[in-house]
Design a protein around this ligand. Structure first.
Ligand SMILES: Nc1ccn([C@@H]2O[C@H](COP(=O)(O)OP(=O)(O)OP(=O)(O)O)[C@@H](O)[C@H]2O)c(=O)n1
Ligand SMILES: C[C@](O)(CO)[C@H](O)COP(=O)(O)O
Length: 223
């Protein structure tokens, strides 16, 4: 069984505004619908678990009706942090298989990246997509800072795909603020994570600036 656990339980503080960022329209369609569609296009049999704050779930139901959006999915409650949201969603993973955890606000993940991460995870058990750093990186040391070799760093995206039993076991660990993604949770158990190629368009819509990039990506047919 393949699961996609789409997390959209955050507060969107960096985006601001009245409407939570996962519901903002891009090209007339809410971000979150585009994200779910990407996973359904990859595998129409995939089991999609959508994590949303409890207070936003009735609005999501209304949006689905308004947009005639009928892709099957199970809704779980959001938690205090991303870690707690993923953990809530994992309660709906009930059979062995693979779980891809994906940010609801990354609608531009490519079909190639999704397929590659699931395919590799069947063998490696823990796979995450990454891209190169394209700017120079400096490390802050107190009042000073030094240039470091960018070749020693990667930028991490989602979907992060894992063997279901492994991921569920990892999420039994106590929460620490170091857990900013799923790989960091799995690694805390001493398990190595395999790196796959991500796609640069797979941005995490975080600030109003990212919405402009998203609109440009759609307009230019880059995705
Ligand atoms: N308690 C949380 C926090 C985050 N997320 C999800 O994790 C993804 C990455 O988080 P981010 O983009 O930082 O979203 P927010 O936490 O909502 O943003 P901010 O930090 O600006 O408030 C998002 O899809 C977000 O909804 C979640 O499901 N539950
Ligand atoms: C999971 C993630 O998108 C990988 O880059 C990222 O760690 C989420 O971080 P955020 O601070 O919750 O946006």
């Amino acid at each position: 069984m393949e699961y996609a656990l789409i997390v959209a339980g955050g507060k969107g503080l960096r985006m601001g505004g009245e409407l939570p960022k996962q519901f903002l329209p891009i090209g007339g369609k809410p971000v979150l619908m585009r994200t779910l569609e990407a996973f359904y296009a990859y595998n129409p049999e995939i089991h999609i678990i959508l994590v949303l704050p409890h207070s936003q779930q009735s609005y999501w139901t209304e949006l689905c009706a308004e947009h005639s959006f009928s892709l099957p999915h199970t809704v779980a409650d959001g938690g205090e942090t991303r870690f707690h949201s993923v953990k809530n969603g994992l309660a709906y993973v009930t059979t062995p298989g693979l779980v891809g955890v994906h940010d609801g606000v990354r609608p531009f993940v490519s079909q190639e990246v999704i397929a590659c991460c699931y395919e590799l995870a069947a063998e490696k058990k823990a796979v995450i997509p990454v891209i190169d750093v394209v700017e120079t990186v400096r490390h802050l040391k107190g009042e000073e800072s030094v240039t470091v070799s960018r070749d020693e760093y990667k930028l991490v995206q989602t979907p992060q795909v894992f063997d279901a039993d492994l991921l569920k076991q990892a999420y039994e660990q106590p929460y620490t603020s170091f857990f900013t993604d799923d790989a960091s949770v799995v690694e805390a158990m001493g398990v190595s994570v395999y790196l796959a190629a991500g796609n640069r368009e797979n941005i995490k819509i975080t600030t109003p600036f990212d919405l402009k990039i998203a609109a440009a990506l759609l307009d230019s047919c880059l995705i």
